[in-house]
Design a protein around this ligand. Structure first.
Ligand code: BGC
Length: 439
């Protein structure tokens, strides 16, 4: 094997989320989540996630595909309402699904990585106030405990939640994701409830886990990319990335309290309260970073630059700029000092089935190589990166955007539920086999 900077046990994987792939929305005692309840006007082309990729019924086939691609790890989330369909009721069939999935992964040699919450809140939790109410803190703790009891004999990797910034921004501020609310004034309260629920989950995982756990969060993250290598520009980008970017889509809004125990103020009106910091700041083993694009052009990261003409974008219009991988990882490690797991990174495209029956997606292969090239640069400078979970293992339900944007390594024909391994997945397999030597 030629030279590689990737550590020997690097977790080359892929990721998904329950609502985006499972389907089986009312199977075996599951009750609806806030996403099942979205009305047709709230989702592009009036689509819904009721059947999605039918992974609930096809998970064995899907794990076999993951094995074919050579994945070493698989990050997935749990549907809360499959496990607890109503308050106080545990659904054994729901637990069995995840337990069987974990068994299937382990016997395929794939490391399971569990996200406790990836946006699909049960309706019954929402009706108790959802993230607006402090009641969610013990509910989230008890839910986590059930998962830990059921899975922690085989699962070591845990993420308490996925991108709190996104589900609060999209779901409670801009009203474009479930539960489709708009309440900017509640930001401090919503954030506090999320952070305290996260902290309770961390403590629960540590306390009850049968295997020694590795606990983290998957943050939606971003960095300003400096225009050149001058120390001044780098320092400016670092400051904008970690100190001056503001509000709930900034890195520090979540990471400072959760990792450093430091309260944050934003726009003079929002704040995290110093008195909660001790409870919120629980020791973590890694930080998960979901990295797609740089903050320079992304309004949600307070970016102001207009992308130059001809800038490459994915099918959702997000700028493709692999340099953000390097700078994001570097700036986060400098500030937070935790080992890093890339919990998401991927490309939305309008993939099609060729007349030869295959899916040729050279742009995704190129994207993977470019972003991994930047990641390898960060690793070669000594930053501890534990793995890379490509988003996504298969095409899936892209929330309010429906099924049109395809992010998968595996193509899904939603009418027939036929899967096709895309060319990029075969290329990713080679990268995995050479531990990143051939990028
Ligand atoms: C989310 C995923 C989503 C992906 C692409 C991330 O923000 O965690 O659920 O599909 O981005 O939009």
């Amino acid at each position: 094997m030629s030279d590689t900077v990737f550590p020997r046990n690097f977790l080359w994987g892929a990721a998904s989320a329950s609502a985006q792939i499972e389907g089986g929305w009312n199977a075996d005692g599951r009750t609806p989540s806030i996403w099942d309840a979205a009305n047709p006007t709230q989702i592009k082309n009036s689509e819904n996630c009721h059947d999605a990729c039918d992974h609930y019924h096809r998970f064995r086939e899907d794990v076999a595909l993951m094995k074919k691609i050579g994945l070493k790890s698989y990050r997935f989330s749990i549907s809360w309402s499959r496990v607890i369909p109503e308050e106080g009721k545990i659904n054994e069939a729901g637990i069995k699904f995840y337990s069987d999935l974990v068994d299937e992964l382990v016997s395929a040699g794939i490391e399971p990585m569990v996200t406790v919450y990836h946006w699909d809140m049960p309706i019954w939790v929402f009706e108790k106030g959802g993230w607006m109410s402090e009641k969610i803190i013990p509910l989230f703790r008890d839910y986590t405990k059930i998962l830990v009891d059921a899975l922690s004999d085989r699962v070591s990797w845990w993420m308490t939640m996925n991108e709190p910034g996104c589900f609060i921004m999209n779901g409670y501020m801009q009203g474009v994701h479930a539960p489709f609310k708009r309440n900017y004034f509640a930001l401090s309260r919503l954030s506090k409830n999320c952070m305290l629920a996260h902290a309770e989950a961390v403590k629960t995982i540590r306390r009850y886990s049968k295997k020694k756990p590795k606990v983290g969060v998957a943050f939606s993250s971003g960095a300003f990319v400096p225009p050149n290598d001058s120390p001044d520009e780098i320092e400016k980008a670092r400051r904008m990335t970690t100190e001056t970017s503001n509000g709930l889509m900034s890195n520090r809004w979540w990471m400072d309290p959760m990792i450093l125990g430091k309260p944050v103020r934003a726009y003079g009106i929002y704040h995290s309260d110093a008195k909660n910091m001790e409870a919120i700041c629980q020791p973590l083993d890694f930080m998960g970073l979901n990295i797609y694009t740089s903050f320079n052009y992304a309004g949600w990261g307070n970016g102001k630059e207009i992308p130059p003409e001809g800038t490459q974008k994915n099918s959702l219009g997000w700028v493709i700029d692999e340099r953000c991988m390097y700078w994001n990882v570097k700036f986060m490690y400098e500030r937070y000092g935790l080992p890093i797991m890339i919990t998401e990174n991927g490309l939305a495209a309008n993939d099609i089935i060729d007349k030869d029956g295959k899916v040729h997606d050279p742009q995704r292969t190129d994207f993977i190589r470019r972003y991994l090239g930047q990641l390898s640069q960060a690793i070669s400078e000594g930053i501890p990166v534990l793995g890379y979970q490509h988003w996504s293992v298969m095409d899936n339900f892209e929330w309010a955007e429906g099924y049109e944007p395809r992010f998968g390594l595996v193509y899904v024909d939603y009418k027939t539920q036929k899967r096709i391994i895309k060319d990029s997945a075969w290329e990713y397999k080679k990268i995995i086999e050479t531990n990143g030597a051939e990028l």
